[in-house]
Design a protein around this ligand. Structure first.
Ligand SMILES: [Zn+2]
Length: 285
């Protein structure tokens, strides 16, 4: 969603009001020249962040310590926990993806250790598998926030997109009323960092209609692979099971296409698996 003029104006004013440099003026004198205050740049970044459609939106305001292994049910109550080894490995791999090393003191070393944009050179992808409530979206949001910090520190304008897999499928599908949304797919193809949340397979009768046009999906992911630009994904454990079971592999490919599946399986992709530690969860899976 692109912000409106009115939203920009409101953010500009809000950030200037609380700014000790320009004290509400939005401009400051630098060597005698009236210059836009840095708070106005912060306002733009914050507005774009607030407009990212992540559900629940409260995830956007979490920190690394909030990824603590709790598994939540649909009501948001704690309903179990990840195994200790799964929690530790997940955190280590996600931090390694963002920083020079994983055991960093986020409060003190973050800005120095941040190194997520190296993936624009190595093209390394990240996929986080987990059951509902296991924290996979939270982990992906933490990675997104490190990307935004990195852009701020290095003064870079990398293009990034966050999209739910169901919406991606919607853009890549022919419906009675409309054709494939090529403009949107091109934007997603070319984003420096693409975040796809909730990759899943759907069975008929689950409220989802037809699968995507696989040629379109394959084109998107083969472009990203060819360009070595990173994709950060969250996916359900049912997709992971489908990928492993030959009988279900066809279902996985029907919804995701060959390119996305092989991207997730590739040795160049960092894989995180969030495992439930409790017996109830194991039975459900
Ligand atoms: Zn200011």
């Amino acid at each position: 969603m692109t912000p409106t003029e009115k939203e920009f104006e409101a953010y500009y004013r809000r950030f200037a009001k609380n700014c000790p440099r320009c004290k509400g003026q939005r401009t400051i004198l630098v060597n005698g020249v009236l210059t836009r205050c840095i708070c106005q740049n912060k306002a733009v970044k914050r507005l774009y962040f607030d407009k990212i459609s992540i559900s629940p939106s409260s995830l956007k305001y979490k920190e690394w310590d909030d990824f603590n292994g709790s598994i939540l049910n649909l009501e948001g109550d704690v309903d179990g926990a990840l195994t200790v080894s799964s929690l530790e490995e997940a955190k280590r791999k996600a931090m390694e993806y963002c920083f020079d090393h994983w055991d960093i003191d986020v409060d003190k070393e973050r800005n120095k250790a941040i190194n997520i944009d190296r993936h624009l050179r190595d093209g390394q992808n990240l996929v986080i598998f987990g059951s509902p409530g296991s924290g996979k979206t939270l982990l992906a949001v933490l990675v997104l926030k490190e990307l935004l910090r990195c852009m701020w520190i290095r003064k870079r304008d990398y293009r990034y997109k966050w999209i739910k897999f169901t919406d991606l499928v919607g853009h890549a599908r022919w419906d009675n009323s409309r054709s494939v949304n090529h403009d949107r797919l091109d934007e997603l193809s070319e984003s420096h960092f693409l975040f796809i949340d909730g990759i899943d397979v759907y069975r008929s009768g689950e409220g989802h209609n037809t699968p995507p046009d696989l040629i379109e999906l394959d084109r998107l992911f083969s472009y990203r692979r060819a360009m070595s630009i990173p994709t950060i994904m969250t996916a359900t454990t049912s997709l992971r099971d489908a990928m492993k079971a030959p009988a279900l592999a066809g279902l996985a490919k029907k919804w995701c296409g060959d390119e996305l599946i092989s991207m997730m399986c590739s040795s160049e992709t960092v894989r995180i698996v969030l495992d439930r530690g409790d017996i109830v969860g194991k039975l459900q899976d």
